[in-house]
Design a protein around this ligand. Sequence first.
Ligand code: ARG
Length: 429
Amino acid sequence: MKKVILAYSGGLDTSVAVAWLREQYDVEVVTLTVDVGGGSLRDGVQARAMSAGASRAYVVDAKERFVTSFVWPHLQASALYQGVYPLATALARPLIAQLLVEVANREGADAVAHGSTGKGNDQVRFDVAVHALDPALEVVAPLRVGMGLSRDQEIDYAIERGIEIPITKSSPYSIDVNIWGRSCETGVLEDPWATPPPDAYEWTVAAEDAPAASEIVIGFEGGIPVSLDGDRADPVALVARLNDLGGVHGIGRIDHVEDRLVGIKSREIYETPAATILHRAHRALEGLTLTKDTLRFNRIVADELAQLTYDGLWFSALHRDLRGYSASSQRVVSGDVRMRLDHGSAIVVGRRSPLSLYDKSLATYDKEDAFDHAAAVGFIEIFGLPLRVEAARHGAVGKHHGAAWSWTEPLLADLPTDIADPDPAGGAG
Ligand code: ARG
């Protein structure tokens, strides 16, 4: 190993890692910092990398690419890990891995490095993505192979070597941020029964501290949000605006005990105001514009994509092909969704689309009703046929293979029943 590209956040761990890699392996270290929004880019990151001993320090603004190529496909697919986590951290990893590989190739490096620990998902995501893109690159994770220093030891280590220490207050949590969400774990959060303390949250207020409810209208084209209250907005600005707005209204707090890829259950607190609002709005518009069969099938695709992304398999053929299906299914998901932001809840209160499948003349109970009620009789006759045949042949109560069994227990004898009878004596008139 001669030259390594280190994914560099500018925090204490990765600053120490620059010096540690040089001393441990006698290598040249080039840092790569990827700005994925949400405050992920620390001030003075380049100067700090150089002070820690990097020979070059790349900073890449990937905010727009992150939203359009990684976030939007998952919004279109409605992909949420275990039904709740919008995958913010997981979505940024393949992008960072891809950039690590590109910088490694440009710099003629033979290895890349990252600051993940040995028991999380992120190490898996980085390692497998890098090896999918360039199997010749070695991947080093200093925290996994012996760098493991306590916070105080890291500070001493940095001071001894004249490394500029990031002036952040030491957080009791392990935090990862990007424009799609903020992930917060460890500390008191490790007790899944403990209420998250107020300092676990940074992007959102408590629901009871939110101002009066307000309404917004989000416009979609092909399953992608393009406007807010009628004003077109570029992807990064739109997500940032919804994070601010949602945060003010206390929207997007997620408290999740999640199953890590490495087999551990872990308690994570997420703040995802924009993701929460946009996923809900998008689902509402799908409900108006897609058939029931597509909606049902999309649930399967959503779960599958979420799992693959969570597991770090972005660069697999299955992931790419499912994204392809998903994008195609979204061609008609265009229109507007009106949402009420109300003390922690983002509630859909209206939706409209030029491609709507909703037909008022079919749905109405008014006199304009165009639905053929009489035809329902024939439909039910055919629809219910298999069940009638089954009940007749196998019986609702029967004896099969010697065992008596029944679908139902009698209910009437067990339930309090009030009978109004004009002739309590029961005599027939
Ligand atoms: N559990 C999430 C995931 O694996 C987030 C992990 C982010 N890291 C953190 N320090 N909170 O995608």
